[in-house]
Design a protein around this ligand. Structure first.
Ligand code: NAD
Ligand code: MG
Length: 401
């Protein structure tokens, strides 16, 4: 068997759904990967568990009180893991000299800075945090190129597209157009979420619990609500734009309820290449960790006879206005996608807190975008300010409901 150099991995968002699945895959390859650092927001109990299992060099909690608690708990079990806290520490473990791979799996805009730090430090970045590309796509892609980093998309659709894209695109990021590579368009598949067949009247009164009940994927609460509104697909359209240099009219969405085809690339000769598999994020995670090698992931074989059917239909932009609004923000360009993202985070938070209804999510986002001043993207500092302002506007909008 081939011997590999051990690779050190930092996992941002270690206690989350993607973080835990990453640790599951890593556990299957102890000869290949070492858990160097784990980071999370505030869940001390889960982090303590992970530290005693994986003995990382560093554990970072965003919250200081959580870090103090974790330090005491680790001391009592004789752990050597060093505990840090705060945003700077997140950047440090992403850019650390000893780190080879960074799994960026924090949810939301909070994931932007550490992902940028990993890009500048030239790491292999496994990008689950799509919000980074939605907010700061051009700056992040440029940082990846300038830093000599490599970027492996973990979002299942983008991972699928990456697998069937020409290697001229995936091996070196450039401004080459998709058509110059023989690609006509990319097709993002969407499950349609729990409300695929709900009427507009029904959508107005769906509950938090119904929205959190996704048919095909087990995910964190924010992305689960995004899937229910189809904003998730909208964010993914913007993500695909930056990852693959695809213009908005080269990105199509098709609803595919079985989630077996994870996405497709259509070439100019009429060939359509697809990546299929069971809906289990350990497949894209293993792909990102092992690339260009293939690693076992623990995902069971796709049983096409049980699947039996693959269905497709067009997305309904009347019932799912978030997808339309996301395309509009992408076409507006500049800071519009960052504003969309911030307003969406606030609206989803309010929906999860049962302060607004389901259809208030698109209404809030659309209202914030309609009054926003769209600028050219110049810097991360500018985007951070725009993000804060858009959150303020979204909160105002919500309290006026
Ligand atoms: P999750 O809610 O399960 O986990 C989020 C993780 O981020 C937790 O570990 C939490 O502690 C940490 N976190 C949250 N805020 C933080 C902050 N301010 N600073 C530091 N850490 C913070 O979410 P998830 O489902 O694992 O999703 C993570 C990211 O991956 C999201 O951007 C999501 O869109 C993307 N993604 C997830 C899936 C999936 O199947 N779950 C699929 C595709 C993409
Ligand atoms: Mg996805």
């Amino acid at each position: 068997s081939v011997s590999h150099q051990m690779q050190n991995v930092t996992i941002l968002g270690a206690t989350g759904t993607i973080g835990l699945q990453t640790l599951d895959v890593i556990s299957q390859h102890p000869d290949r990967f070492n858990v160097f650092a784990l980071a999370a927001n505030s869940n001390v109990k889960s982090m303590l568990d992970l530290c005693s299992t994986y003995a990382p060099e560093y554990a970072v909690m965003l919250q200081e009180t959580a870090a103090i608690e974790l330090t005491a708990e680790l001391k009592s079990i004789g752990s050597k893991t060093i505990v840090k806290h705060g945003e700077v520490a997140l950047n440090d473990i992403s850019a650390h000299d000893q780190v080879d791979i960074v799994m960026a799996a924090i949810v939301g805009a909070a994931g932007l800075h550490p992902a940028m730090a990993a890009a500048k430090a030239g790491k292999r970045i496994l990008l689950a945090n799509k919000e980074t590309l939605v907010m700061a796509g051009n700056l992040f892609m440029q940082a990846v190129i300038d830093g000599g980093a490599s970027l492996l998309p973990i979002d299942s659709e983008h991972n699928a597209i990456f697998q069937v894209m020409p290697q001229q695109r995936t091996k070196n990021l450039s401004n080459a157009t998709l058509s110059s590579l023989g690609v006509k368009r990319v097709l993002l598949t969407a499950s349609g979420g729990p409300f695929r067949n709900a009427s507009l009247q029904e959508l107005k009164i769906v509950t938090r619990a119904q929205a959190l009940n996704h048919p095909n994927w087990v995910m964190g609460p924010k992305i689960t609500v995004d899937s229910a509104t189809m904003m998730n697909k909208g964010l993914e359209v913007i993500e695909a734009h930056w990852l693959f240099n695809a213009s908005p009219n080269q990105i199509d969405v098709v609803v595919h309820p079985q989630s077996v085809i994870h996405s497709m690339v259509e070439y100019i000769d009429g060939s359509v290449l697809a990546q299929l598999g069971n809906p289990d994020m350990r497949t894209p995670i293993a792909y990102g960790l092992g690339y260009p090698d293939r690693l076992a992931s623990g995902v069971s074989s796709l049983d096409l006879l049980t699947t039996a059917r693959l269905d497709f239909c067009a997305p309904d932009l009347i019932r799912f206005p978030c997808l339309r609004i996301a395309y509009e923000a992408l076409n507006m360009g500049g800071t519009a996608p960052a504003i969309l993202n911030a307003a969406n985070e606030i609206a989803v938070e309010a929906f999860l807190a049962e302060k607004i209804g389901f259809m208030d999510i698109p209404n809030t986002i659309e209202a914030v975008l309609a009054t926003a001043n769209i600028e050219q993207v110049e810097s991360i500092e500018q985007l951070v300010a725009i993000d804060a302002h858009a959150r303020l506007m979204a909160r105002k909008q919500i309290s006026a409901l």
